[in-house]
Design a protein around this ligand. Sequence first.
Ligand code: CP3
Length: 343
Amino acid sequence: MNTTFLQACRGEKTDYTPIWIMRQAGRYLPEYHTVRSKVTFLELCKTPELAAEVTLQPVDILGVDAAILFSDILVPLEAMGAPLEFHEKRGPVFPEPIRDQAAVAKLHVPDPETELVYVMDTIRLLRKELADKVPLIGFSGAPFTLATYLIEGGSSKAYFETKKMMYAAPELYRALLDKITDCTITYLKAQAAAGAQALQIFDSWAGVLAPDDFAEFALPYVQRIISAVKPAGVPIIYFANNGATLLDLSKTSGADVLGLDWRVNLADAVARLGQDVAVQGNLDPCALLLPADKLEARVGRIVAAGKQARGHVFNLGHGILPETPPEKAKLVVELVHRLSGKA
Ligand code: CP3
């Protein structure tokens, strides 16, 4: 198996810079549409054979150094008892937003091997199919990001309801986040036990918080998850999107790797973070629309900056856009490998 990705996560020396791409199994690939056209998004997540098939697509097509389980950060919330829908245009919707004590009390911490068994079966299937290829990454959302979906009832721009609960009903907010945290700990431990070889925690909306609020209302839950899951022995990546102002705080999460979005200069981030933590990132997803020579120059700068880090996993600064030509995704993988000295 190609273990370059795992070595970089652990801060071990690697022959070249490994790369995977957030949302690498997704709508920019015609092969994804072929599978997706026959089922809904949630059916795809809940059918292990199909979820495994789309997970493997970018491994074979792009030649990335890691696979990421095909699923969604929101499925454990559905298992906790919050009905979940995906609408073609609006994205995820929770038709019964969680905004009072009774609603929080009704949520439960699911048993992953029964209520989320389709995720565990997908992982087991993938480990068999990936045997001699690349490592498998499992994942979850971070409690703050997950809570925004439950409280707002879906995606949001201002996060008004979430901040209102945080400030005006902190005990209710804490009760909800504690339950989500308990669920996430059990879920990530189960993923590692089923065979996930690294775990990424997505904090997609952390960047909407003031640093003091991040420290008080988001980070402690991430720290609790990481210290509880660490004994499973797999590297943990924490990605606080839009988190340039939160870097010093994120470093205290306990993660082995910090994911960086494109708004921060990688060399500056590495200088600030020092040699205790590896980094992942951080090309702007839109850069894949650049002409090849300009793309090469940007990739080269990120690869060079990453060499100064404890370890560097190349990635985009957020998920690949559905509009991306697949050949550009392929090119970025080739560039990272060539420019970092892959034989
Ligand atoms: O990275 C991968 O290839 C693994 C699969 C994966 C998906 N979602 C598939 C998906 C992962 C790791 C996620 C995580 C996820 N889901 C996040 C965190 C990462 C991030 O983007 O910040 C978030 C916030 C979600 C919630 C979510 N799921 C939204 C807001 C949407 C709709 C908007 C969108 O981007 O499409 C989804 C749907 C979703 N999740 C799709 C895919 C491939 C598109 C669904 C489709 O096929 O119609």
